[in-house]
Design a protein. Structure first.
Lengths: 165, 267
C-alpha cells in the first residue's frame, strides 16, 4: 500500500547549491524559490502558464514555476535567473539584452532569459524563426519583442564562437 | 495558493491503480489539474503522481502499432525518431502544442483525460484512428480516442481507471497533414487530413471548433467539399469567435489542408 503524505522532505540543487527542505505537496516551485530561498528574480504574473514570467529550468527544461510543484523538483537541478551569470560576469544572454535594449520595466526579463537559456542548450544554432517560435509562450508588455529576438540572436551567435559559455 | 492535498507516489501501474478513487486522482504534469484546483473547480484530497511509473513512459513499435506511454511529455513525442519517421504529422502537432513549457511539463495522457475541447492531439489521434488503453483493478479495456472524448472536459473514463498508453495503428502508404489557426494559447480550429492510399480511405477531422472532434470519411481527398464539412461542425461560441465565423475558418482550413496534402505528395 502506498502511503499518502501531507509533508515530505525534498533535496534539490538550486543554482548549484544543494538545499533540503520539508514542504507541503501544494508548495509551488515559484513560491519555494521566492519565499523560502529568497530568490525573487523569478516573477509571477498570470499563474496560467501563459506569460512565462515565472520560467525556471528544471534539469535544463523550461517549466512554469507558477504551476509546478516543488516536490516534483526533488532530486533535480533547478536554475533560476540568479544562476545565469557566474557571479562576476553577465551571461552572454544578459549582456545582449542590455546592449539591444531588450527590456524596459524588466518584469518579463527573467522569464525571457531562462527561456532563451533553454533554447541555447537545446538548439544553439536556432535561427530567427526558431527563436520567435520558442519564445511564443512569453509575454512582454513593453518592448514589442523585436529587441528581445535580436538580443537572443546576437547572444546565440556569440555563444557559438565561445562555446564554453 | 493551492488548496491542501496529500501526495502519493506509486512506481508501478498496479500500485497507481490501487491508489485511485473519486478523491484520489491521477496527477501527471499538472498543467490542467493544478489550474483547475487553483481556480477552485476541483478539490481532490490526494494526488497520485504517475510520473514515477516507468511503464507509463516511452514510445514503442509493436506489430504495426505505435504505443505511447500516457505520462510521455509532448516534447518527447515531438522529438522522438520513431514518431518523426512513421507519423510525421503527429510530431508536427506535438511540436505546436501550447508553448515550450507546456510541452516539457504536459503529458499526452493528461491532454486526453482532461478532454479540453481545444486539443490538437485529440484531433490528430482521431484522424489516425488511435485508441487508448485504460486500466483499473478490474482489468484493462481499449477505447477509441473518438469514443473517449465524449464532450467538453468529459472523457469516458471511470475515476478508478488509469490511461496507460495511446495505441496508434501505423497506416500503410499514406499522407497526413494538420493545420491549425490560433490567435491565443489554444487553437480556434485544427484540421487533420489523413489519406490512406493503400486502404483507399480518407478522413478529415475538425477539432477545437466544437466540443468534440468531427469526422468526415470517404475514399479519396477529391471527394471532400470544405463547405459541407463546415456545415457538419457544431461550433461553440466563445472568445475565439461566433458560430458563423468558426464555420468560415473551418472551410478555409479544410481547403488549405487539402492543398497542403497535395503538396506533400509528389505524384
Ligand atoms: C497555456 C497552455 C496552452 C496549451 N495549449 C495547447 C494546445 O495548443 N494544444 C493542445 O492540444 N493542448 C494545449 N494545452 C493542453 C496541454 O496539452 C495539457 O495541459 C497537458 O497535456 C495535460 O497533461 P498533464 O500531464 O499536465 O495533465 P494533468 O494536469 O496532470 O492532468 C489532467 C487531467 O487528466 C487526469 N490524468 C492525467 N494523466 C492521467 C492518466 N494517465 N490516466 C488517467 N487520468 C489522467 C488528471 O487526473 C486530470 O484530471 C495547453 C495547456 C496550457 C496550460
Ligand atoms: S506566472 Fe507562470 S506563466 Fe505566467
Ligand atoms: S520589459 Fe516590461 S514586460 Fe517586458
Amino acid at each position: 500500500m502506498i502511503e499518502a503524505v501531507s509533508f515530505l522532505p525534498i533535496t534539490l540543487t538550486v543554482n548549484g547549491v544543494e538545499v533540503t527542505r520539508v514542504v507541503e505537496p501544494r508548495t509551488l516551485l515559484a513560491d519555494f524559490v521566492r519565499d523560502d530561498l529568497g530568490l525573487t528574480g523569478t516573477k509571477v504574473s498570470c499563474r496560467l502558464q501563459v506569460c512565462g514570467a515565472c520560467t525556471v529550468l528544471v534539469d535544463d527544461l523550461p517549466v512554469s514555476a507558477c504551476t509546478y510543484l516543488a516536490v516534483d523538483a526533488d532530486g533535480a537541478d533547478v536554475r533560476t535567473v540568479e544562476g545565469l551569470s557566474d557571479g562576476e560576469n553577465l551571461h552572454p544572454l544578459q549582456e545582449a539584452f542590455v546592449e539591444k535594449f531588450a527590456l524596459q520595466c524588466g518584469f518579463c526579463t527573467p522569464g525571457f532569459l531562462m527561456m532563451s537559456k533553454a533554447l541555447a542548450t537545446e538548439n544553439p544554432t536556432a535561427d530567427r524563426a526558431e527563436i520567435i517560435e520558442h519564445l511564443e509562450g512569453n509575454i512582454c508588455r513593453c518592448t514589442g519583442y523585436r529587441p528581445i529576438v535580436e538580443a537572443v540572436e546576437c547572444a546565440l551567435a556569440r555563444m557559438r564562437k565561445v562555446p564554453s559559455e | 495558493m493551492l488548496p491542501r492535498f496529500d501526495l502519493l507516489r506509486p512506481t508501478t501501474v498496479a500500485e497507481a491503480v490501487g491508489c485511485l478513487s473519486e478523491e484520489s486522482v491521477p496527477y501527471c504534469g499538472g498543467t490542467e489539474l493544478l489550474l483547475a484546483m487553483r481556480a477552485g473547480l476541483y478539490r481532490p484530497s490526494a494526488l497520485v503522481d504517475i510520473k514515477r511509473v516507468p511503464e507509463l513512459r516511452g514510445i514503442r513499435l509493436r506489430d504495426g502499432v505505435l504505443s505511447i506511454g500516457a505520462a510521455t511529455s509532448h516534447r518527447v513525442v515531438a522529438l522522438d525518431a520513431l514518431v518523426r519517421g512513421q507519423l510525421p504529422m503527429l510530431a508536427t502537432v506535438e511540436q505546436g502544442v501550447g508553448n515550450a513549457r507546456v510541452r516539457a511539463q504536459g503529458s499526452v495522457g493528461g491532454n486526453l483525460c482532461f478532454a479540453e475541447p481545444k486539443s490538437d492531439l485529440a484531433t490528430a489521434l482521431v484522424a489516425y484512428e488511435a485508441s487508448v488503453s485504460l486500466t483499473s483493478a478490474g482489468g484493462t479495456r481499449e477505447v477509441l480516442v473518438s469514443e473517449l472524448i465524449q464532450g467538453a472536459y468529459f472523457a469516458d473514463k471511470e475515476p478508478d481507471e488509469l490511461l496507460v498508453s495511446i495505441e496508434i495503428p501505423l497506416p500503410g502508404d499514406h499522407d497526413a497533414v494538420y493545420l491549425k489557426y490560433q490567435t491565443m494559447e489554444r487553437p480556434t480550429v485544427g484540421v487533420a487530413v489523413m489519406n490512406d492510399r493503400s486502404g483507399r480511405r480518407c478522413r478529415v477531422v475538425v477539432g477545437a471548433v466544437g466540443e468534440v472532434p468531427v469526422v468526415w470519411e470517404g475514399t479519396d481527398p477529391s471527394e471532400v467539399v470544405p463547405d459541407e464539412i463546415a456545415e457538419l461542425v457544431d461550433p461553440v461560441v466563445d472568445l475565439t469567435g461566433s458560430a458563423r465565423y468558426k464555420r468560415h475558418v473551418t472551410a478555409v482550413y479544410v481547403r488549405r489542408a487539402l492543398r497542403a496534402l497535395e503538396g506533400s505528395h509528389p505524384s
